[in-house]
Each structure stands twice: as C-alpha cells, then as structure tokens.
Design a protein. Structure first.
Length: 542
C-alpha cells in the first residue's frame, strides 16, 4: 500500500512550543507504523516561510524575512531530528523546489479555468501607504464577536475576508483602513460544493471536530478565494499582468504537501498521482484544530482541480493542548518551548506523554507533575522495569543466553492480538487506545514474571524458570516493535540488547537469546524537578 503522511507546516516566525508539537508527533507514529508494516511511505512537512507572520517578525527585528525564516527553519529541523521525527522530506516554502512546483500548479489551474481574474475592493492603509495583507487587519469577528484577523478568527476558526470584520484597524499603525480597488486572481472554491460533500460522506474515521467544522463551512456556502496579494515577500505570480503581486500563502502553503511529495518521487508526476489517488493508497493529513478548514475544504478542492480525484483522505485533527490549566501564550511566555525541553529531557518521554495524554479528541493539559510522573511510573516503573528485571536475571543466572524453550500458545495469541488491535487503533488515529493496548501487554509481562517467581523456580524447577524467562523475552522482543512508533530511541536501544536489526509489525520469536551490552533504558527523574519547572514557568523563564 502507498501511504502519504503530511504534517502541517509551522510558521517560521518563532520557536515551537509543546502545543504545536502535540500535532506533529502523531504523523511520525503513523509513518513508523506503516513502514514497519512494509508499506511504501512518503512522510513530508516543512516550514511555512511566507505570509504576514514572518513579515511582521522581520519588521520588529529590522531583518529581512528570509533571515528570520531561515533561522527558525534550521531550529525546527534540529528540534524534529532530536525528537526522532522521521520525515522523508522536510522542506520550506522558500525553497526553489516549492516555488517551481507552485508556479506550475497555479498556471495549470489558471489555464484550466479554476483561477480567474477579478477587480475587488481591498483594504488600504493611507497612513502606511500600502494595501494591507489580511493578517495586518484586525477587528471583531461577525460570527462569535471575538478579536479576529482579516483571514481567520482564532476563537471560532471561521475563515474570513477582511471586509467581514467589524471595526477594522490596521495592525501596523492602528488607523482605520479605507477601501480601494485592485485586480486579483481568484480560485473557484465554490465549484467544489458537491465533491466536498461526497468527500465528507465517504470520510474514513475523521475526528468529530473535522466533520462538524467541515459541515459548517459547506452549509454556510463556499466563496471563491483570492489567490494573489499585494505583498513584497512570497512566490511570484506566473500569470501575465500580475507580476507585481505574490501568491497568497493559503494556497501555496498547502501545495507544499505536493511539492515535497514530488521531491520524494524524483519529480515524477505520474508516480505522485499513484501515491495520492490510487485505489489502495491512503493520505493522512495531521494538524491542529485551527487548521481544519484548510485541510478538509480548501486543499481537497485544489486536489480536485488538479485531477486528484479519488483521494483516500484521513484527517487527524488535534484539539488544543493547555499548560498547567491555562492556554499557551507566547506573548506572556506561558509556554514550554521545544528547544528547552529537548535539551533537558528524554525525547521518548516527551513523545510518550504527548501521545498518551495529548489533545486527541478533546483539549488536554500538560503539567510538569503529570509529565514527570508518567516518565517515572509508566516508562520507567512499568515498561523499563519489566525489561531490566528480566534481562538482568538472565545475565546474572544464565550468562546472558537462553536456548529455545518454545513460546507459550496463550502468550503468542496475546501478542498477535496486541499487534492487530494496536495497529487498528493507530490507523484510526486513536493513539491513546493503541498505547493502552500495548501497555496491557507490558502489565501481562510483569504479571507473568511476578507469578512465576523465577528467583524461586531457578532452585526448585529450573526448566520452568527457563521457560518463564524465555516467554518474558518474547514479550520484550515484540514490545520493541509495538512501542517503536511511540518511543523509537528506547526501542532501538532495546533491540540492540537483543541483536535485532529493525522493527517490524508482526509477531517475532527470538529463538536463540543472547543479551548484549545491557543498560538502563530510563533514569528516574527527581520529583523535586516538578517544583523547579513550575517555578521557572511562573517566573516567565520557560
């Protein structure tokens, strides 16, 4: 099976915090799982380097937009590598490849009649002497009454146009903008009502938030959207008469999934069609709640217009992660920044907590207490303890080796069922259920060790002792596969203990056991660290 996994592209205008990371790791879990199954996988993402957020940051720091975006792009690459995010391609929207592909697709859409010209009334700031990009305009959302930008309300996620806002103001100088006419290109989003309804009707396990928001957008009526903007920073428009404008970031950024996929396919557009729209292919799009309409309405419409007709689209849309009971706030520095946490904590502990306690179907909370307790009790006390007590016992009493003693039929069945059930949960985006299923096997392993008391049977029934240990090791072998998508660094180290080359997704029996270079997988975190981290957060040093 061909599988495409696309993580949403973070804005390269500031460091990532854990709230953003909670919608990144699920993509890597899916990629590692499907690779282990033997599927052909393309796992892509990149940094969103264009658009107003970068331009605003550049003005604030008196730097060029490219200087800002390149700095954070490199930081993102470092963070994702440190966390084991196994992208096949991590690109950026400012790359030559992305510019080339976007221009080709925009030209194709224009030539096929899906992009057309239109004179529109556009907001203009006379004080700043410029047309205002949508994010340079702030006002009141007409739908929920909250503070909104000119492109989207962050509170209710409604997609907006600047003229929709009540009490509009220029974000740069605070004055009220006027309206002037300007000629722009528009995408015929309104053409795809029926296709989007059919897509929604045939959705494969989309999360509830994606279904409800998509239904709302379609029912409210789809409006054509501007493709161009009067900007200085972005991709040039490849259409005669529009060379003084740039391609609007909303359309070129989502095309990044295609431009990055093409890199994986050596620029072969026939091969990319096989990955994206073959009958047995599958496409996962991973993102946060605020990005739902761009992935369920806008991007599918672009795919339809480009001839990707039968996309098996799976939407994995997270809710919001809070921090110590409050919303993340970058302006107040109420955040746990990714560069900090990857420097001071085990990457697998971060991955495990965000997958087992993340905002999968409802808002969730990161607290330092829960994070450190999860590491100490679940990873160290449950999983790590089972491995250490079993393998240490074999090292001490059997010189690190055991012959084939035969895998118990009930244990075999338990392991096989764990693969089936956990795999089904992962494919459905139900990662917490998958972890619970796998950790039920961890508990069975610990229970087997406790009940069979090898420290006693080694003296009274040595054959039974060896059989117990052999079966415990087979559980460990398969846990190194089952948990690999979640905690890959620890599982790779564990496979090294046992001489296993790579992870797979089927029952594996290691018949001749030889333990190598045994070491602890996890170190206990001092509980005093909880108080230290909370105080540091409250002091604005996170």
């Amino acid at each position: 099976m061909k599988v495409v996994i696309g993580n949403s592209w973070p804005y390269a205008n500031g460091s990532l915090h854990l709230g953003r990371l909670s919608s990144v790791i699920p993509g890597d879990v899916l990629a590692r799982y499907h690779r282990a199954k033997g599927d052909e996988v393309i796992f892509v993402s990149g940094s969103d380097c264009h658009g107003t957020p970068i331009a605003i940051k550049a003005k604030e720091e008196k730097k060029a937009p490219r200087e800002i975006s390149d700095y954070y792009h490199r930081e993102f690459e470092h963070c994702f590598k440190s966390l084991g995010i196994s992208y096949d391609v991590y690109d950026k929207t400012d790359s030559a490849n992305h510019h080339k592909v976007v221009k080709e697709y925009i030209k194709e859409l224009y030539d096929n009649g899906f992009i057309y010209e239109k004179v529109v009334a556009q907001t203009y700031c006379e004080s700043c002497n410029q047309f205002l990009p949508d994010r340079y305009i702030e006002g009141i959302c007409p739908h929920c009454g909250g503070i909104a930008r000119g492109d989207q309300c962050e509170q209710c996620s409604e997609i907006l146009d600047p003229e929709d806002l009540i009490d509009r103001k220029c974000k740069i100088c605070g004055s009220e903008p006027v309206v002037k006419e300007s000629r722009h290109l528009f995408f015929k989003l309104s053409n795809f009502d029926k296709k989007l309804r059919n897509l929604l009707d045939s959705e494969h396990g989309w999360r509830d938030n994606a279904v409800k928001l998509t239904e709302r957008y379609i029912n409210d009526g789809l409006r054509d959207r501007a493709v161009t903007r009067d900007l200085e920073w972005g991709i040039d428009v490849p259409i005669e008469g529009f060379q003084d404008k740039k391609i609007y970031v909303w359309i070129e950024a989502v095309m990044g999934y295609l431009s990055a996929s093409l890199r994986c396919c050596n620029e072969d557009k026939n091969l990319i069609k096989k990955f994206w729209s073959e009958k047995d292919s599958r496409v996962y799009l991973i993102h946060g709640k605020d990005n739902i309409p761009f992935h369920t309405v806008i991007f599918p419409s672009i795919l339809f217009a480009l001839g990707f007709e039968d996309v098996n689209l799976r939407i994995v849309s997270s809710e919001y992660l809070n921090l110590e009971g409050k919303k993340f706030s970058t302006s107040r520095n109420w955040a746990v920044w990714v560069p900090y946490i990857i420097k001071h904590y085990n990457p697998d502990s971060i991955r495990y907590f965000l997958m087992s306690n993340g905002p999968e179907k409802r808002d969730s909370d990161f607290s330092w207490r829960e994070f450190i307790n999860a590491h100490n009790s679940e990873l160290l006390g449950g999983f790590g303890n089972f491995i250490n007590r079993t393998l240490t016992f074999i090292n001490k009493n059997y010189n690190g080796t055991l012959p084939n003693c035969g895998l118990n039929l009930k244990i075999r069945n338990d392991i096989e069922k764990t693969y089936t059930d956990a795999g089904k949960s992962i494919e459905n985006g139900e990662f917490k259920d998958a972890i619970n299923t796998i950790f039920a096997l961890v508990k069975k392993g610990n229970k087997l060790f406790d009940e069979e008391t090898p420290w006693i049977t080694i003296k009274e029934d040595e054959k039974r002792c060896r059989e117990t240990l052999y079966n415990c090791v087979q559980i460990i072998v398969n846990l190194s596969n089952l948990l690999n998508p979640i905690i890959p660094f620890s599982c790779e180290k564990l496979r090294g203990f046992l001489g296993i080359e790579k992870a797979s997704w089927n029952l594996q029996e290691l018949k001749d056991i030889k333990i190598n270079n045994l070491d602890l997988l996890f170190e206990r975190i001092d509980k005093k660290t909880i108080e230290y981290e909370v105080m540091r957060l409250k002091a604005g040093k996170a």
